[in-house]
Design a protein around this ligand. Structure first.
Ligand code: SAM
Length: 225
């Protein structure tokens, strides 16, 4: 049986089980192998934009004896994947790439998404909000000293706000995550100030994010009282 890293295990838990699933940008193919070994979905697919990673996913599936249980597609996002899927998993990629994949898929509004972005979370939230998604569950995981956020979402009213979802679930890693994010944003802000870019829209956006993080931190601190 395949053993997933803590980051991928958190994505697998959010994914759960059901009719059909596709892991977009699968690379090593560990998630589809896990789904197949545990018989979690009737239809399982894996896709990647690059031939090398797709071959690597096929060899993982061969190694674990589940090659015939998974369909493999060479595709930029979901462009060349036939049909539609109940659940779409996209993990370990930048938020901008996720935005591109999601906004170019005509049936995405009917799917449940499980996302684990590595960057650009506000941009991803904006895209999901524009498409009418709601956050179902969100979780933080620590893996090899790094923190990762993952969340599932589906069509609904209320929007996607990862910070709000993590605050609502009182995620035990939220304080650590917000402290790290605050430091990162403060470093970025002082870099922009040194470069004389205080008047730019980018700087204003950064200050807005910093304000949100500070408010989040204040809220988290009240939990310990
Ligand atoms: C860092 S790996 C992440 C692998 C795996 N999903 C994980 O979380 O461990 C990113 C993978 O996404 C693939 N990728 C990047 N852009 C893509 C796109 N537009 N469509 C499909 N796959 C893409 C890359 O080729 C690479 O294999």
């Amino acid at each position: 049986m395949i053993k997933l890293s803590p980051r991928l295990a958190s994505v697998a838990r959010l994914t759960g089980a059901g009719e059909s699933v596709i892991d977009v940008g699968t690379d090593h193919g560990y998630l589809p192998v896990f789904f197949a070994e545990n018989r979690l979905f009737k239809k399982i697919a894996a896709s990647d934009i690059n031939e090398g990673p797709l071959q690597s996913a096929k060899s993982s599936a061969r190694e674990y004896g589940v090659e015939d249980k998974i369909d493999f597609y060479l595709s930029d996002g979901l462009r060349d994947v036939p049909g539609s899927f109940e659940t779409v998993v996209i993990a370990g990629m930048g938020g901008e790439t996720m935005v591109d994949i999601i906004s170019n898929c005509p049936w995405i509004g009917g799917a449940r998404l499980v996302l684990q972005p590595q960057s650009k979370i506000p941009e991803l939230e904006r895209c999901l909000n524009a498409l009418g998604f709601i956050c179902e569950r969100a979780v933080l995981t620590e893996d090899a000293g790094k923190l990762y956020a993952a969340f599932s979402c589906l069509a609904g009213e209320g929007g996607v706000d990862l910070l709000r979802a993590l605050t609502a679930s009182r995620d035990p890693l939220l304080e650590k995550c917000l402290e790290k994010e605050e430091k990162r944003l403060l470093r970025a802000a002082s870099g922009m100030e040194r470069g004389g870019r205080q008047g730019s829209g980018e700087y204003e956006k950064l200050l807005g994010e910093l304000k949100r993080i500070k408010e989040g931190l204040r809220e988290v601190k009240t939990w310990q009282r």
